[in-house]
Design a protein around this ligand. Structure first.
Ligand code: FES
Length: 139
């Protein structure tokens, strides 16, 4: 694999958190996708190692806001996608493929179905130079 600095879609960068505190430089391991791969109002699949091996994530975007969640429904723990990486968006909501729970985009709040009132498990991300990266705390 090429060094991450040679890949225009996966470059390291520094960023500040919401409070303006500088955060660590990101590496290729934390780059999830380019922002332009995420459709506005839609969902995008990514994989990330969160410390215990690869995890499937769903990235949700509304305008400039991007949030990421584990690809696990709070109702019965099933995957949200109907096929690997394929998510159903209906009337602006992410719909779980198993039993139809619906979640707001991009904040992952369940507003319909068997787990109404719950939320998806969030994974902190940031947008750095048009790349969505994991937002890890400094070590
Ligand atoms: S597992 Fe998602 S609605 Fe049941």
């Amino acid at each position: 694999m090429a060094d991450w600095r040679e890949r225009p879609d996966c470059r390291g960068a520094q960023y500040s958190d919401r409070a303006g505190r500088p955060q660590v430089t990101q590496s290729i391991d934390s780059a999830l996708c380019r922002l332009d791969q995420l459709p506005d109002g839609g969902a995008f699949a990514a994989e990330a190692d969160l410390g215990e091996g690869p995890e499937s994530l769903v990235l949700l975007r509304r305008g400039d806001a991007v949030r990421a969640f584990l690809n696990v429904c709070p109702h019965a723990g099933r995957r949200l996608d109907w096929a690997p990486g394929r998510f159903l968006i209906d009337a602006g909501l992410l719909v779980c493929a198993a039993h139809g729970a619906s979640f707001t985009v991009p904040d992952g709040r369940c507003v319909g179905g068997p787990c109404r009132g719950s939320t998806l498990s969030e994974v902190p991300v940031a947008v750095v130079d048009d790349t969505v990266v994991l937002a890890r705390s400094p070590q």
